[in-house]
Design a protein around this ligand. Structure first.
Ligand code: UD1
Ligand code: UDP
Length: 358
């Protein structure tokens, strides 16, 4: 079996880390990095720490509007698919890299396997929702992380292509969490200072378009973190860097450490030891759930409704008062509920690929 895998953004490197290792035990994989994420701390650090094979192609395409980025990727990925002639294209999640690769493949009749299929926010203006829906509808094999995602596929008449395999993010979390405990616990702030991770802290991430195009959203979120009993650690995604730096200069936060993006091992260390988590990330809200940490998600819509049980993960508007109130809610974490599979998604994914290709 010859698989072309296309990745481009931070969460896709993490998923590919566990899946590529499994594919390469018995099959050939060509890895394409679109270049969507390109800073050393948004890309290289993941390849090094997680020992992901070096990409066979790096397209260096990033920035610009959604259309510009997607269109440039579409043209370049088509050339690679024509050259490599894979049996199947493998894509993850919901980024512009995912959609561009899927579109390129569909038009030249290369079958597509979409991992993390069937996730839905039912919010038509969310750019990731558009990418997910389009990718699912042109894919041949839809591999889902949860049973709920299977149900979502059924609502769109896609259930015959859907197979539940579990979540590769959960597998990555299980696989790397012991290694993460042995990381150095120092972080670099945006001002260039080195700080030690405090004994008690909140972990914040924020990068979604919904929270970065609206003026004031980040200020409200940081305003909430500033009021808490323990400091917050916020590794700033490049999308928010200028705004975060401007706010830091104006508001002189005393209770928030704004740092550069951290590697995956540091990130899951921060998840495992945090008091609570505030995020708008699809990956981080699942990791909070895996680690049994209470989470507040700053979005208008549920991305992973499976985590929204017993106050374990609550939605909040980007509003200081609401975030602080939600963080203060009691929750019962003491129960056994595992909607994301058994932590062995990669083997299940390879098995489904083999079955599909006969
Ligand atoms: C993308 C995905 C989102 C995912 C996120 C993971 C889309 C539509 N969105 O959003 O689903 O949650 O990745 O983090 O694909 N930038 C840098 N350096 C980098 C990466 C980005 O400066 O290494 C800048 C880009 O030039 C751009 C901005 O950050 O101006 C946003 O990057 P982009 O890749 O468009 O979207 P993300 O917000 O990262
Ligand atoms: N993450 C990381 N460094 C950071 C922030 C997040 O490694 O500075 C990890 C996080 O633990 C999770 C993944 O990146 O595994 C989530 O990616 P992101 O939030 O960028 O995208 P999303 O999941 O929202 O698509």
């Amino acid at each position: 079996m010859k698989v072309v895998t296309v990745v481009g953004a931070r969460p896709q490197f993490i998923k590919a880390a566990v899946v590529s290792r499994m594919i390469r035990k018995q099959h050939e994989e060509i890895l394409v990095h679109t270049g969507q994420h390109y800073d050393v701390d948004m890309s290289d650090v993941f390849f090094e720490e997680l020992e992901i094979p070096k990409p066979d192609y790096n397209l260096g395409i990033n920035g610009g509007s959604h259309a510009e980025m997607t269109a440039k990727m579409l043209v370049e990925i088509e050339k690679i698919l024509l050259e490599e002639k894979p049996d199947i294209l493998l894509v993850y999640g919901d980024t512009n890299s995912t959609l561009a690769a899927a579109l390129a493949a569909a038009k030249i009749h290369v079958p597509i396997c979409h991992v993390e299929a069937g996730a839905r926010t039912y919010c038509a203006t969310n750019p990731e929702e558009i990418n997910r829906i389009c990718t699912d509808h042109i894919s041949s094999l839809l591999l889902t992380c949860t049973k709920k995602s299977q149900d979502n596929l059924a609502k769109e008449g896609l259930e015959h292509k859907g197979r539940f395999v579990g979540d590769p993010m959960y597998e990555a979390f299980c696989f790397y969490k012991d290694k993460a405990e042995h990381m150095s616990h120092y972080l670099k702030t945006l001002e260039g200072k080195e700080i030690e991770v405090p004994a008690r802290y909140y972990y914040l991430t924020c990068h979604r378009e919904e929270n970065t195009i609206k003026d004031g959203a980040l200020e409200e979120i940081l305003g909430a973190m500033e009021q808490l009993s323990y400091p917050a650690i916020y590794p700033v995604h490049p999308r928010n860097k200028k705004r975060a730096e401007a706010l830091l200069e104006r508001c002189h936060y005393k209770n928030i450490y704004l740092t550069n993006p951290v590697g995956y091992l540091t990130s899951i260390y921060l998840v495992m030891h945090a008091e609570k988590i505030v995020t708008d990330s699809g990956g981080l809200q699942r990791e909070a759930f895996f680690a049994g940490k209470q989470c507040v998600t700053i979005l208008d819509f549920e991305v992973w409704p499976e985590t929204m049980v017993e106050n374990r993960n609550q939605l909040s508007r980007p509003d200081s008062k609401e975030i602080v109130e939600k963080l203060a809610c009691e929750q019962n974490l003491d129960y056994d509920y595992k909607p994301f599979g058994n932590g062995m998604a990669a083997a299940a994914i390879v098995k489904e690929l083999e079955k599909y290709l006969g």
